[in-house]
Design a protein. Structure first.
Length: 545
């Protein structure tokens, strides 16, 4: 074996360590499989079907060994997309400044091979090790029949996407020390859900917070607006952080973080109703996608808050007016039902049907209201779909003027309606105060961005909505009474569940208010609103601002 290379083989797991001249990839795989194989340049018999276990080991071994040797051309030759792989692997050393690579492959599982990476990064006299786990998949080349590594940027690092580049150098933006509304420092370590939020805030406001950049290994992502930092992987030299004040509340955030751990795929947002300031945002899934701000899911019966406002504002009925609750209702040849076990009540008022969450009562008023009036209420009075600028990327809701059965389904928060907890917390804030305040995470004055505006609601409509939500949270027949018990007199809520095609269990939704704080949560496949999403909202409301 040549100097500078160490190879360890234990139970089918091999490690490649390259510090100087390399040991041939063909030889290392021979040691593992005992069969050998052709090199990247050599001919191979055309085969068909999935790669065999030996081919998977051999192809992955060739690729990993060449990568560890800083031989981008050879490594790329063992992939099915050599041109892109070659550019990324060259960038591993030229852009990311990796000087030493240690790769350890685990036991293959069918065509997938997990492996770990220890990369020594050196820049401007500074050196650190970047460690992480990744995986690759071996496929059969369509034209050659060779077993090849399916190239994806995530092979190089699991956070990389198409068009991304790993870069080491002076950071594009200085670090930030984000603080809550009272000056408490917010970190991703203490508040894990804030990881992607803080990354976005730093990317947008780091140069406005007064800090100085450090030296980092980061993901550079190309967007329509240019390039941006999509995540810092390693810090070689700390910059001086600037202070960025947010609207968040450390106490509410801590409660939200704890609450979402109860259920997988859960998200929650809390808002100060009188201002639109976001007090907490948390997701059970801590990865880059912020479902609480960017989810696009039907909110189910929680949308009956908005539907009730539209019925009242357009003179269809009132809180104490009629809203009969039959066992079923037909709209555009589609039959809608209530929850199993709900008794029909032809003499119900809107308040009764709202508190019990009767679907048919709202479906029957679909034609009287009209889908365009419904959509206008959502946009013009509640500010949905009006290009919110919260401080980070967010989806601002969609309640379209749908046709056919979707028009009726929209009345109960299904059909084409799409929302997330941020949108729903804002809907509740508008319903309980009468004013639409576009949700924000940082003050508007930080960058003078233009916030969305909307007409809001009359005091008469607000009084009726608050009374209906209060009834839902306190009456013996209210669907939110059990969840909201013990939270005090100034409370209200609305439950919801939304069925999704092909999903065995409905999504759980819940929104509520306590004083000047509103909160909304969703739990995918969580069932009824009061079962999963409800306890999350109650926990956040209990923490207050």
């Amino acid at each position: 074996m040549r100097k500078g290379v160490k190879v360890a083989i234990v139970g089918g797991v091999f490690t490649v360590m390259v510090g100087g001249a390399g040991y041939g990839a063909y030889n290392i795989v021979t040691a593992v499989t005992g069969t050998g194989g052709s090199s990247a340049a050599g001919p191979a018999a055309h085969r068909t079907g999935p790669p065999t276990a030996d081919e998977v080991r051999e192809a992955s071994g060739h690729f990993l060994t060449a990568w560890a040797k800083n031989d981008a051309d050879t490594a790329a030759g063992y992939t099915n997309y050599a041109e892109h792989a070659r550019a990324a692997l060259r960038g591993w050393h030229e852009d990311a400044h990796v000087t030493h690579t240690v790769l350890k492959a685990g036991k293959p599982a069918d065509d997938r091979v997990p492996f770990t990476v220890k990369a020594t990064v050196e820049f401007d006299g500074k050196k650190k090790t970047l460690s992480y786990a990744s995986s690759l998949t071996v496929v059969r080349g369509e034209s050659t029949g060779r077993a090849l590594v399916r190239w994806r940027p995530s092979v190089l690092h699991p956070d990389l996407k198409d068009g991304d580049t790993l870069v080491t150098g002076e950071s594009k933006t200085p670090p930030i020390e984000a603080v809550d509304r009272n000056g408490t420092v917010l970190t991703a370590k203490k508040y894990p859900s804030l990881g992607p939020v803080l990354d976005q805030l730093r990317a947008k406001y780091g140069d406005k917070a007064g800090g100085s950049p450090g030296v980092e290994t980061y993901i550079q992502r190309t967007t329509a607006d240019g390039t941006e930092t999509a995540g810092t992987l390693l810090t070689l030299a700390e910059g001086r952080p600037g202070t960025l004040r947010t609207t968040l509340s450390a106490s509410a955030q801590a409660a939200a973080e704890r609450a979402v751990t109860r259920y997988a795929q859960s998200s929650v947002v809390a808002v100060k109703a009188s201002t639109g300031e976001v007090l907490a945002v948390a997701n059970a899934d801590k990865r880059e996608f912020n479902a609480a701000f960017n989810g696009r899911v039907a909110p189910g019966s929680t949308l009956k808050i908005l539907t009730s406002a539209a019925l009242i504002d357009h003179g269809v009925t009132t809180a104490n007016g009629p809203a009969p609750c039959p066992a079923s209702a037909v709209a555009m040849s589609q039959t809608f039902h209530n929850l199993t076990g709900m008794a029909a009540d032809e003499g119900a008022t809107l308040s009764n049907s709202f508190a019990r969450s009767c679907n048919t009562a709202f479906i029957k008023y679909s034609d009287d209201l009209g889908s365009q009036n419904f959509a206008d209420e959502a946009q013009q009075r509640f500010g949905l779909g009006k290009d919110w600028k919260t401080g980070i990327v967010s989806f601002d809701g969609s309640v379209p003027a749908a046709g056919g059965p979707d028009a009726a389904a929209g009345m109960i928060g299904q059909g084409q309606v799409q929302m997330n907890p941020l949108n729903l917390a804002s809907v509740t804030a508008t319903a309980t105060t009468g004013a639409f305040h576009q949700p924000v995470l940082v003050a508007q004055g930080l960058d003078d961005r233009t916030l969305a505006t909307a007409q809001g609601l009359s005091s008469g409509t607000v009084a009726q909505l608050r009374a209906m939500m209060h009834l839902t949270a306190t009456a013996s027949y209210g669907t939110a009474t059990r969840v909201m018990a013990g939270l005090g007199p100034d409370v209200g809520a609305k439950t919801g569940s939304a069925e999704v095609d092909g999903q065995g269990r409905s999504n759980s939704w819940f929104t509520g208010y306590r004083g000047d704080v509103t909160a909304a949560a969703m739990v995918l496949s969580g069932g009824h609103g009061g079962d999963a999403a409800g306890p999350i909202v109650a926990a956040v409301l209990r923490a207050g601002a």
